[in-house]
Design a protein around this ligand. Structure first.
Ligand SMILES: *Cc1c(COP(=O)(O)O)cnc(C)c1O
Length: 372
């Protein structure tokens, strides 16, 4: 089958390797990367990305759900796979069957696992200030109780930073406090004789802005894919990251729209002067935000083609008046490079009023993932 049919994602594995090296150079030598490959590797394709990472010597991964962990295991990923989120007790048997590590999301959840009767490998989540998942850092009694549960084999303890992307004095103070809370928990566990567990705290921005931290793993997500959450994110780290993903589609049809004619659902666009317009075979069901209706542009033959009309479920329209040689069958680039121009994911996120994490993680199942 010709993979580049209708709409597709191209993965630049060379850029992924480059980003891995940048992160490795930033982190202490004994801190290993534990990439976040949840949400289909932020839309990139969990299986091809995880295998590329495994080929680079990475042996620990994190996912959001049990099903994501199973997908990786079935595809031949052999390292540790940590499920960061909630798993229903009715599905606990799959944790064992697929050798997955479950996050203990609080003390009550630990008791549920303990009472199940089988033995599970877990990492204990600690709430150091985000107040999402994790047992409270200052509830040391409960944390120790979890560590002592005979049916839980605790091989790790971790927390998550919630303002590590920010550079204000308040945000830096809050993050330093979270780091301190986490270190207090780890030290107390050591004092009580627990030694045989890994610690991890940082996501992408924790690595980029607090690279002096010294833990066993770092859970790099968005930045490992060469993408910043927002266009104007400033980080402390002197790294150069390269985008792994390009998003491309096909020009299906080109036609003339005469002065005053409307186009698309609701006729929200109307032509001023005669225009050449092109229909592209990608839409919001593929993850193109409907917020891009009548805003932003795509690249076609190295030139900008403004988006016109409403984004449809499976298609969208662009204005190619200034690209007279554009024709059916041409490629159009929604994220990535064409000639001398480039649309970064951060730019699309800004047009849509969101962060690039949301843009890429919503890229749909219909898009083929093509490894370049
Ligand atoms: C998603 C996630 C990460 C990765 O975050 P990035 O900001 O994308 O690097 C790390 N840890 C946890 C708990 C997460 O949910």
């Amino acid at each position: 089958m010709y993979k580049k049919g209708r709409a597709w994602i191209e993965l630049n594995i060379g850029n992924l390797k480059h980003n891995i090296e940048q992160f490795r150079s930033l982190l202490p030598f004994d801190c290993a990367l534990m990439p976040a490959v949840k949400a289909n590797a932020y839309g990139h394709g969990a299986v091809p990305v995880a295998h590329a990472l495994q080929n680079e010597g990475i042996h620990a991964f994190c996912v959001a759900s049990l099903a994501e962990g199973i997908e990786l295991r079935l595809s031949g990923i052999t390292g540790e796979i940590l499920v960061l989120g909630y798993t229903h007790p009715a599905e606990f048997s799959d944790l064992i069957a697929y050798d997955l590590i479950q996050t203990v999301i609080d003390g009550d959840y630990a008791r549920q696992m303990q009472d199940d009767g089988r033995r599970f490998t877990v990492h204990v989540g600690i709430d150091t200030g985000m107040h999402r998942l994790g047992e409270r850092w200052d509830n040391m009694k409960e944390i120790v109780r979890i560590f002592r549960m005979p049916n839980l084999k605790v091989t790790g303890v971790f927390s998550h930073l919630c303002v590590s992307d920010g550079q204000s004095k308040e945000e830096r103070t809050y993050t330093m406090q979270q780091i301190h809370h986490f270190e207090c928990v780890v030290e107390e566990l050591y004092r009580q004789g627990f030694r045989d567990f890994k610690c991890h705290l940082q996501g992408s921005y924790g690595i980029l802005n607090y690279s002096q931290c010294c833990f066993d793993y770092a859970r790099a997500g968005i930045a490992l894919y060469g993408i910043y959450s927002a266009k104007n994110d400033h980080t402390k780290a002197a790294v150069e990251l390269r985008p792994v993903l390009s998003l491309k589609t096909r020009v299906e049809s080109v036609k003339t729209l005469y002065h005053g004619e409307g186009a698309g659902y609701g006729l929200t666009y109307s032509a001023r002067g005669n225009r050449r317009i092109a229909a592209l075979s990608i839409g919001y069901a593929d993850g193109i935000p409907r917020e891009l209706s009548n805003s932003g542009y795509v690249l076609c033959n190295g030139k900008m083609a403004p988006i016109i009309g409403r984004i449809c479920m499976d298609q969208m329209l662009v204005d190619v008046t200034d690209i007279p040689w554009a024709k059916a069958g041409d490629e159009a680039v929604l994220i990535g490079r064409s000639g001398d121009l480039e649309i970064p994911a951060e730019e699309v996120a800004q047009w849509a009023g969101t962060i690039s994490n949301e843009i890429v993680s919503r890229l749909g199942k219909r898009l083929e993932r093509v490894v370049e």
